[in-house]
Design a protein around this ligand. Structure first.
Ligand code: SF4
Length: 249
């Protein structure tokens, strides 16, 4: 068991500034030393950043848990990409699902909740399962990059995640889309084949469209709806954990 350490806001700011000068692999090594095994890594199998992180962590500490949010509405290609990761790296990504089946959701909140109330749909199928994935951990790793969206442009490398109550590490925060793809090509990293068909960023089938070449890569998400984020990576009120789910960080 790792010796527990708690961080003040000032500690994390200082660490984050130092980490901003480091490579993603250096940031990941620090994260593993500090938090493993109370550490988990998110990979959606629907974006290139997560694939880079899986490749890097497999070389640094392959026992780090990897999780993804199976909303029940993922593209078949996303499941295929997960399977290729299992084959390539010998890891077993853990799926977290909504406690409501799609049928339960439709009967409780109405058909096509992703159109009538997409924030609630994301809350039920992404944010709440993400909370369960992080329960009991001291830190999590995410593939957020500053160049992905204006909403992400000031993301620190290391931060206290107020919403989920643990440390969040973003090792690729200072990388660009070009950096990510250069790494994928150089290391022959598996990636979602829909990226080759004008889907640079993939979420659920109902809320993801192909984009035109040159468009904002995230413009295919929630098209026609005033929504840019699912709610996992945006500030918000802390989400209380259930009994027995205390985080340890
Ligand atoms: S991305 Fe769309 S379908 Fe998926 S959980 Fe959010 S609103 Fe629902």
């Amino acid at each position: 068991m790792t010796q527990l350490k708690t961080y003040s806001a000032a500690d994390l700011t200082k660490i984050s500034e130092e980490m901003d000068e480091q490579t993603p692999q250096q940031i990941l090594r620090w994260t593993v030393e500090e938090f493993f095994p109370e550490l988990t890594m998110a990979c959606s199998f629907g974006g290139p950043s997560g694939m880079v992180l899986v490749d890097m962590i497999a070389q640094i500490e392959p026992r780090v848990e990897i999780f993804y949010l199976d909303t029940n509405f993922l593209f078949p290609e996303t499941h295929e990409t997960r399977n290729r990761v299992i084959e390539r790296y010998g890891v077993q990504p853990i799926a977290y699902k909504s406690e409501l089946t799609p049928e339960d959701q439709a009967s409780r909140y109405g058909e096509e909740l992703w159109l009538s109330n997409p924030d609630l749909c994301c809350q039920l199928r992404k944010v709440e399962p993400n909370r369960r994935a992080l329960a009991g951990k001291r830190a999590w790793i995410a593939g957020i990059r500053r160049d992905q969206a204006a909403t992400r442009s000031s993301t620190p490398a290391v931060q206290w995640d107020e919403k989920f109550g643990l440390v969040k590490v973003n090792p690729l925060v200072h990388w660009t889309d070009a950096d990510v793809w250069a790494y994928i090509v150089e290391h022959d990293v598996p990636y979602n084949p829909l990226h080759d068909n004008n889907y640079p960023s993939l979420g659920c089938t109902y809320c993801t469209k192909a984009v035109r070449p040159g468009d904002d890569p995230r413009s295919g998400r929630w098209q026609g709806i005033d929504k840019l984020e699912c709610g996992i990576h945006t500030p918000g009120e802390p989400i209380p954990l259930a009994r027995g789910e205390e985080n340890t960080g």
